[in-house]
Design a protein around this ligand. Structure first.
Ligand code: PRP
Ligand code: URA
Length: 214
């Protein structure tokens, strides 16, 4: 179904599926959970950044001089949504170590499930950057929509969003609000429960990454 939605990419790879199953297991502890989130972010980043622009430079190999591509000077930024998005930063930074990192703090109201902003610090020259926003969970989509709106208000134009687990409701809402933003998800789950948690999901991603309890 999502193949028909422009800019929505559901990644389908046995390595991702296996790692997500480890995340789902409630017996998976903080240490393993955190490192798997980082590994998934790296694998997803590899796909999401496949359209990065390159330019040819001259390099002398031990055999001869040749022209060969490198990532061109476009500035990159990674923006995790706090808290859980922090778990995905290291994986993407290992692909693009020179990227700047911004932070957007949002928490969901337990009653309304709508996001509230409590922090925003973004790199300069946003309009020149390729910006990858990361959050492991796309549930109602409120946080993702809010974060991208904030980035656009501050000048961001070239934006991608990466999420490990998504509910169909979240994908629909995000795509309706920001059809220009490439959305990468590793797994689409059945839907949301009455508390707006993803089912079957993996629980509270922030709590599981940082070892806190709701
Ligand atoms: C979680 C998650 C997303 C949001 C998704 O964060 O990391 O940011 O919920 O839900 P939504 O799609 O319905 O907006 P939470 O608000 O629990 O904050 P935390 O990361 O600090 O735990
Ligand atoms: N946030 C989470 O951490 N998990 C969910 O299932 C929904 C929102």
């Amino acid at each position: 179904m999502y193949e028909k939605m422009e800019n929505v990419f559901v990644l389908d790879h046995p390595l991702l599926k296996h790692k997500i199953s480890r995340l789902r297991d409630k017996e998976t502890g903080t240490n393993e959970f955190r490192s798997i989130v980082g590994e998934i972010a790296l694998l997803m980043g590899y796909e999401a950044l496949r359209d990065l622009p390159t330019e040819e430079i001259e390099v002398e190999t031990p055999v001869e001089v040749c022209m060969t591509p490198v990532i061109s000077g476009r500035k990159l930024a990674i923006v995790p949504i706090l808290r859980a998005g922090l778990g995905m930063v290291s994986g993407i930074l290992s692909l693009v170590p020179a990227a700047k990192v911004g932070h957007i703090g949002l928490f969901r109201d337990e009653e309304t499930h709508e996001p509230h902003e409590y922090y925003c610090k973004l790199p300069g020259a946003l309009e020149e950057r390729i910006i990858t926003v990361v959050d492991p969970m796309l549930a109602t989509g409120g946080s993702a929509v809010g974060a991208v709106s904030l980035i656009k208000e501050k000048g961001g134009r070239n934006i991608k969003f990466m999420s490990i687990l998504a509910a169909p409701e979240g994908i629909e809402r995000f795509h309706a609000a920001h059809p220009d933003v490439q959305l990468y998800v590793a797994q689409v789950d059945r839907g949301l429960n009455d508390d707006a948690y993803i089912c079957p999901g993996l629980g509270d991603a922030g709590d599981r990454i940082f070892g806190t309890e709701s």
